[in-house]
Design a protein around this ligand. Sequence first.
Ligand SMILES: C[S@@+](CC[C@H](N)C(=O)[O-])C[C@H]1O[C@@H](n2cnc3c(N)ncnc32)[C@H](O)[C@@H]1O
Length: 309
Amino acid sequence: MRITEILQVLSESTRLRMLRLLAQEELSVAELQEILEMGQSRISSHLGLLRRHDMVSDRKDGKKTFYNLNPDVAERSDLIRFALAEESEEEFWETDRSALSRIIDRRRRASEKYFDEVAVRLGKNYVPGRSWDAIGHFLLRLVPNITIADLGAGEGMISQLLAERAKKVFCIDSSKSMVRIGKELSKKNKLSNLTYKHGDIEKVPLPASSVDLALMSQSLHHARRPDTALTEAFRILKQNGQLIVLDLKKHQFEKARELYGDQWLGFAENQLYRMVKEAGFRKVKVQTVAKEAIEPYFETILACGEKLS
Ligand SMILES: C[S@@+](CC[C@H](N)C(=O)[O-])C[C@H]1O[C@@H](n2cnc3c(N)ncnc32)[C@H](O)[C@@H]1O
């Protein structure tokens, strides 16, 4: 940049005011208008000139454009540095500075207001980008290198995901069709550590003390003898192995027997707690973890326990 050009740009008081402001804070055209109390076209034409001489750069943020002092040029040019460092004698600088701090204050209040408004939603349902899918994928990263038995696995939707991280996963199901579909899926997904076995959760086709985690997701209420199924889970677990049961909380929706082939209309929390304990598990915990928003408002309970020596 030629010296005469720099001098020419800096010799105009509005441009100098602008550069001083932009050295403090990035600002939009509207904000510059407000501080300098000038029309948009004047501000834009000064900005255009400053930009052509690389003294300012811009950043797009949605529909707004923010301008900054271009730090490279300002650093390279002694003249610009000098002009900005000089104690300003212009009468404008005090008013510019207080208008600037008013704008920065207003931006902070707008951001606080937004978070105040969404604070209630953040804790409950709404955070942009947060979903159970995303949380599920994140939690799956935490699955350790263990052997899992998915008892009453169905086609193995959960196991297909677990098998991506676990050492080995066995899917047990009494429906031949589910086992066939599951096998096809694991072949398609190239999951060589996922094995499907046709069998009953009341007589699990796995040896004693062979798995680290026994999982029953929405299968226990299908068992004729849920207590036997839990005893079987205990048998196949290694010492310190874990049981996780996800099932329906006791409900009154009789049609579930016909619609979903359910043997039991869910379980009361204390009923499941007793059954898990009586199967031999320790450190048993049962809690309600979800409630559906539509009728018949099924609730999900989660029970867990450990096989301790
Ligand atoms: C509601 S599905 C749950 C599937 C899977 N666990 C899930 O959470 O997506 C219940 C599954 O349990 C199976 N099932 C029912 N009674 C069973 C039994 N006695 N032994 C093994 N599997 C059984 C059914 O064939 C069905 O695939």
